[in-house]
Design a protein around this ligand. Structure first.
Ligand code: CTP
Length: 422
């Protein structure tokens, strides 16, 4: 067995499969300008492997045509409850029985109110009412003007729909088609997709609070210069996303990276290793799992200059001296919670050679139950990677795959080790 998991023969994308493969979704559109986003959302669902049956209200047809939605979904769209294409003329029964979930996107304020009262005077509301409530979840993506969104009636309806078993997805904030700015926009198609994928993920980390560090740190030399490294933060962000999908409450302490925050994750931006240490130590008492993916700078300039260092004309470079940064992972691993097993600590090791032996030595040195080895130059900035899981029993390879696929596997491994340790 080779130590270099990235170069393993045949180490292809064995872990990859479309995220919604095998899922059949009914995508319901009610009337709202956000219908224009439903076209892109439908495409995203199909690309993620789902089959999609579109159902539209009459109001939705004012904003987008069934032709568009049929072309994108590859299936005739249903718009009326009287539909002779169905042998029994009961589209509301047939469509709802086949679905793994019904997603209403956009869900207008009016359609929410209809759902709430159990009204059934058009195909979409009739189908929602007729669905087997224990088997076919209902997810709604609200879309409305900010005043309509903030209205007590709408807020009351959110609460009641949730109590009735629906999953109310969030809303976006910003410029609205009406010209006003505020809360109530429908989420963007990629955000909706992220929420749907998370909805279906097994909740292996339910009840856990996961604290993740990610990205590089930046150690200032003066106000305009500093020392950093090539870590992109992609692995840590993928781990945070996968942990949230698995049902955990997730806090992500991120060094300077330009990546979007995974949905449902609390992000704390930091710059230096010392900022990161402070943010982690503040949040660690609430955590049950700590995953240190960050490429923390080992050293920082001993005396950063308050002003920009100028050339003095001598041709001599300024002499810099360094001090070592404290090891965040090792510090957390020394806390009582970590030593008793209440806080499960996972480290990463970026190595250039002898991965298995270096990673095992690092695991013992840092005193953590699990350490994930990878080859630094092969992972920094890449979308794919390969991992070596090192624990007290030896090591396990996760072959080359996307960082998100690896993160999902890793979260599953952490969940089973954490519950075995409990
Ligand atoms: N780490 C940390 N704080 C530091 C340095 C490292 O929390 N000051 C964590 C990293 O997030 C990672 C693990 O320790 O989970 C290993 O990081 P790595 O850079 O591979 O190891 P080092 O301890 O710095 O050892 P070396 O660079 O000598 O290989």
């Amino acid at each position: 067995m080779t130590n270099d998991v990235n170069r393993m023969p045949g180490a292809l994308m064995a872990l990859e499969s479309p995220e919604l493969e095998g899922k059949h979704l009914v995508l319901g559109l009610s009337g709202g300008i956000a219908c224009y986003k439903a076209a892109e959302f439908c495409r995203a669902l199909i690309k993620a492997g789902a089959t999609v049956q579109v159902v539209m209200t009459e109001a939705a047809e004012q904003f987008i045509t069934p032709v568009t939605m049929q072309a994108l979904s590859g299936r005739p769209v249903y718009t009326r409850q009287w539909d002779q294409r169905e042998a029994n003329n009961m589209a509301h029964i047939n469509l709802s029985r086949e679905a793994d979930a019904i997603v209403i996107a956009p869900c207008s304020a009016d359609f929410m109110a209809k759902l709430l009262h159990g009204r059934a005077d058009d195909l979409l509301s009739l189908m929602c009412l007729a669905r087997p409530i224990d088997k076919v979840p209902l997810l709604i993506a609200p879309a409305m003007n900010r005043e309509m969104y903030a209205h007590p009636a709408t807020q009351r309806n959110f609460g009641q729909l949730t109590a009735d078993g629906a999953t109310v997805l969030g809303v976006g904030t910003g410029f609205q088609a009406c010209g006003e700015t505020g809360d109530g926009r429908m989420l963007e198609p990629d955000q909706l997709l992220e929420d749907i994928v998370a909805f279906f993920a097994p909740k292996t980390l339910a009840g856990e609070h996961v604290l993740v560090t990610a990205g590089p740190t930046y150690e200032a030399i003066d106000p305009v210069r500093g020392i950093t490294n090539l870590s992109s933060g992609k692995m840590g962000f993928a781990v945070a996303r996968a942990a949230r999908e698995a049902g955990a409450t997730v806090t992500l302490v991120a060094g300077p990276v330009g990546l979007p925050t995974p949905r449902g994750v609390l992000r704390i931006d930091v710059k230096s290793a010392r900022n990161m240490l402070e943010a982690v130590m503040e949040r660690a008492p609430a955590a049950t799992i700590f995953i240190a993916t960050a490429a923390v700078a080992d050293w920082r300039p001993a005396a950063p200059s308050a002003e920009k260092i100028k050339k003095d004309g001598s041709g001599e470079a300024p002499a810099l001296s360094f001090v070592e940064n404290e090891d965040i992972l090792a510090r957390v691993a020394r806390t009582d919670a970590a030593r008793t097993g209440a806080l499960f600590c996972v480290g990463f090791a970026a190595e250039s050679h002898d991965l298995a032996s270096n990673a095992q030595a690092k695991r013992l040195r840092k005193n953590v139950p699990l350490l994930i080895g990878n080859i630094g130059p092969d992972t920094f900035g890449q979308d794919h990677n390969a991992l070596l899981l090192v624990d007290e029993h030896g090591h396990t390879e996760l072959p080359r795959a996307s960082k998100l696929a690896l993160a999902r596997r890793l979260v599953g491994e952490i969940a089973s080790r954490k519950s075995a340790a409990a």
